[in-house]
Design a protein around this ligand. Structure first.
Ligand code: NAI
Ligand code: MG
Length: 492
């Protein structure tokens, strides 16, 4: 038993409010025993003849057998995408392409409850989030890019935009369907076809999405879905028939992909990790800031590339802020992702739990002070209590490395200049937050923070019209907005 396990096992029951269970029904989803690959509008048995099991991370219950696509399978999918590109999609009048995207958006809305339950079941995120954030945003991305599909020449005047060809898209497990939407919607709107590989731990909503494509009558081969782990992703990256790679995931794999395709002429966008600074000034509305800090780091168990994982607090308010924060932390309900009262769900996988545990132990070893509210974690499944570290050294691992879990590191600053310097002292640059009452200070900070997105008096807010992406090791290229179409277009 580690020090952390001991603390968690000995925690008293939470005091104060108790909530009766309010589970969302699983009846709305039906899961197949085994899935093939979605290629050319058909379900194919994998040529690899390999499968693996996907589970619910909240209970470790097996959910389905998933195909581990091999090189031959990836090649079939790329061929299907090429055929559809040449014979059906790229030459189709753009207003008709828009019609398919609108249909997909509407079907996602109609079936959102089913998708939300499946997303929470397979990924561990609270149903409140999959229902109120992932699904509405996924549909919104399709609506948004449907609107641009027949207006590209107005979006990019005098530049004669045209599609690139076949896009290979590799996505992570933290927002499975939403990342699919971020990738597929702009690619199709621009006239490309797609081979998409979902993350190995969360394939089920991408596989259900194939049913949406059929319902929408999308021509076969326009979107192909191949499941499998990193080996399948690597096959897709190196296939010569792919014209563009879009990747969201770890910085390590992002760098490997960049090396692999160097010199091939393939286009590339990378959306990688982050270690965002969330900066609170002494004039900020404190209670609002507390809610923002909670949302910034405990949303989706902290499995968020733009999470506000480094809290920078002006020194004069650190004590009241930290004590309010701890009090608020104790009210977070950790548990069954399908319970409508749950705030923090299950950690996505055993591997991710190990990574979080290892980094948190390093924080304790490096002398930071750990706080976890009393909370009883379920016995089965993968769980981690919401955690705050104070007394954190600027150079420590918990202040510099992406933890990708419900773990906040609190640091302090005295002046705005020092806040900027500390906020920018990172290898990443995906997002940042500023909490202050002064509008002029928001602008002053936003100009100096080296981050793709800067939120002011809010955090983790998304809109399909707003571009998202990073500086430095957080990657390059933008998703969302008009910027998000550019990587899928060629200009004359
Ligand atoms: P990962 O980068 O290994 O996985 C992301 C996707 O890439 C998955 O679909 C995976 O199958 C695929 N992949 C893995 N190796 C590949 C390869 N060689 N070629 C092509 N595709 C490959 O990330 P992982 O291992 O799941 O998480 C590790 C850490 O990465 C996390 O703890 C977190 O810090 C970071 N991460 C960041 C994300 C973000 O949104 N920026 C998302 C997921 C993870
Ligand atoms: Mg990995």
């Amino acid at each position: 038993m580690t020090e952390l396990d001991r603390r968690q096992a000995s925690a008293p029951a939470p005091s104060g409010w108790t909530y009766a269970p309010a589970p969302e029904s699983r009846e709305v989803v039906s899961i197949e025993e085994r899935y093939g690959l979605y290629v050319g509008g058909e379900w194919l048995e994998p040529r690899s003849q390999e499968w693996y099991e996907t589970i619910s991370p909240a209970s470790e219950e097996p959910l389905a057998q998933i195909a581990q696509a091999g090189a031959e399978d990836v090649a079939l999918a790329v061929d299907a995408a090429r055929g559809a590109y040449e014979n059906a999609w790229s030459g189709m009048p753009s207003a008709r392409r828009a019609k398919y995207l609108f249909r997909i958006a509407r079907i996602l809305q109609e079936r959102s409850r089913e998708f939300a339950v499946l997303e929470s079941l397979n990924g561990g995120k609270p149903i409140r989030e999959s229902r109120d954030i992932d699904l509405p945003l996924a549909a919104a991305h399709f609506f948004y890019y449907a609107g641009w599909a027949d207006k590209l020449e107005y979006a990019f005047p005098n530049r004669r935009p045209g599609p690139i060809g076949v896009a290979g898209q590799i996505i992570p497990w933290n927002f499975p369907l939403l990342m699919l939407a971020w990738k597929v919607a702009p690619a199709l709107a621009a006239g490309n076809t797609v081979v998409l590989k979902p993350a190995e731990t969360t394939p089920l909503t991408a596989l259900l999405f194939c049913d949406v494509l059929r319902q929408a009558g999308l021509p076969p081969g326009v979107v192909n879905i191949v499941t499998g782990d990193g080996r399948t992703g690597a096959e897709l990256v190196k296939h010569p028939g792919v014209d563009k790679i879009a990747f969201t995931g770890s910085t390590e794999v992002g760098k490997a992909i960049q090396r692999e395709i160097a010199g091939t002429g393939k286009r590339l966008t990378l959306e990688l990790g982050g270690k965002a600074a969330n900066v609170v000034f002494d004039d900020a509305a404190l209670d609002g800031a507390i809610e923002g800090i909670i949302n910034a780091i405990y949303f989706n168990q902290g499995h968020v590339c733009c999470a506000g994982s480094r809290l920078l607090v002006q020194e004069s308010i650190v004590e009241p802020l930290v004590s309010k924060l701890k009090r608020r932390l104790a009210t977070l309900r950790v548990g069954d992702p399908l319970d409508k009262n749950t705030d923090v769900g299950a950690i996505n996988s055993r591997g991710q739990l190990d990574q979080i545990t290892e980094l948190v132990e390093s924080g304790v070893a490096e002398g930071a002070e750990l706080y976890q509210p009393p909370c009883r974690l379920p016995e089965r499944g993968y769980w981690f209590a919401p955690t705050v570290f104070t007394n954190v050294a600027q150079s420590s691992r918990i202040a510099t490395e992406e933890i990708f879990g419900p773990v906040l590191s609190v640091l302090t600053f005295r002046t705005p200049e020092e806040a900027v310097e500390k906020a920018n002292n990172t290898a990443y640059g995906l997002s940042a937050g500023v909490w202050t009452e002064k509008g002029s200070r928001i602008l002053w900070m936003a100009q100096r923070l080296r981050a793709g997105v800067v939120w002011a008096n809010t955090f983790n807010r998304f809109d399909p019209a707003s571009p998202f992406g990073g500086y430095k090791e957080s990657g390059f290229g933008r998703e969302g907005g008009l910027h998000g179409l550019e990587p899928y277009l060629e200009f004359e």
